[in-house]
Design a protein around this ligand. Structure first.
Ligand code: BTN
Length: 232
């Protein structure tokens, strides 16, 4: 396995914030892990409750890239979580673009933030995996954790090490894309676009979504259809 640097902290406000604020001190491929976060952040400015016992980390990619490549990192990160969970006998799937679900319950979330103006110059990929948390606040819709799925307490560092190993499995972009599709819950789901019903027939390798009815195939952005998708 290729060497990766992991820098561990007992507590940080947010591993994503920390990397953003210390960008020049870290190299591409570095991992920041915090055992708790005081201001863990989720997508859409949500709070990511970050008590001790779960895994919270972010890693840095310093590289100029276009938006398509960004989707590649998103696929790779979500697949690596799915594969990590498989080592604990948990069968997880991906809710597009990057929520990880077990039987429709959320076990992990990913917050990817890009830095740069016209082009992306760096990515901070923050991942939270619920490991040993048994009870969750009411406002979370359908949460779960490794302990709730397999009834066993797991060391968070073990989960981190598995994640690093799984990332090494994904080098080839075609393979990543193929496996991402296999794990994607969105395929086949019914959606409504401009008042017309379709089903999701494909995800393109730049992250755009193809929807289809009996006569047409259209390529849309996820934002255009997301409110009509039902996972439960
Ligand atoms: C989501 O809303 O699904 C994304 C959650 C991402 C949480 C992780 S925990 C480690 C990293 N640091 C943060 O502040 N957020 C991400």
């Amino acid at each position: 396995m290729e060497y990766k640097r992991i820098i561990r902290f007992d507590s940080l406000d947010s591993t994503n914030n920390y990397l953003k604020n210390h960008l020049s001190e870290y190299q591409s491929g570095d991992f920041i892990l915090a055992y708790t976060q005081t201001k863990g952040r989720g997508q859409h400015n949500n709070l990511w409750e970050s008590k001790k016992g779960n895994l919270y980390f972010s890693y840095l990619i310093k590289k100029r890239m276009n938006r398509d490549e960004l989707f590649f990192y998103l696929m790779k990160s979500s697949l690596s979580v799915v594969k990590t969970l498989e080592t604990f006998n948990i069968k997880a799937m991906i809710k597009y673009p990057n929520d990880i679900l077990v039987n429709n319950k959320k076990i992990s979330g990913i917050l990817i933030e890009s830095l740069g103006y016209e082009e992306v110059e760096a990515l901070i990929i923050g991942i939270g995996i619920n490991v040993n948390q048994k009870d969750f606040p009411e406002y979370l819709q359908n949460p779960t954790s490794i302990v709730n799925e397999i009834n066993q307490i797991i060391d968070v560092d073990e989960v981190m090490n598995e994640y690093l190993k799984k990332m090494e499995l994904f080098k080839d972009s075609e393979d990543i894309y193929k496996q991402y599709l296999e794990k994607s819950l969105i395929l086949g789901k019914n959606v409504v676009h401009k008042g017309i019903k379709y089903h999701v027939s494909n995800i393109l390798n730049d992250g755009k979504i193809q929807i289809q009815d009996s006569s047409t195939i259209k390529t849309v952005n996820y934002e255009e259809i997301k409110n009509s998708i039902k996972y439960l």
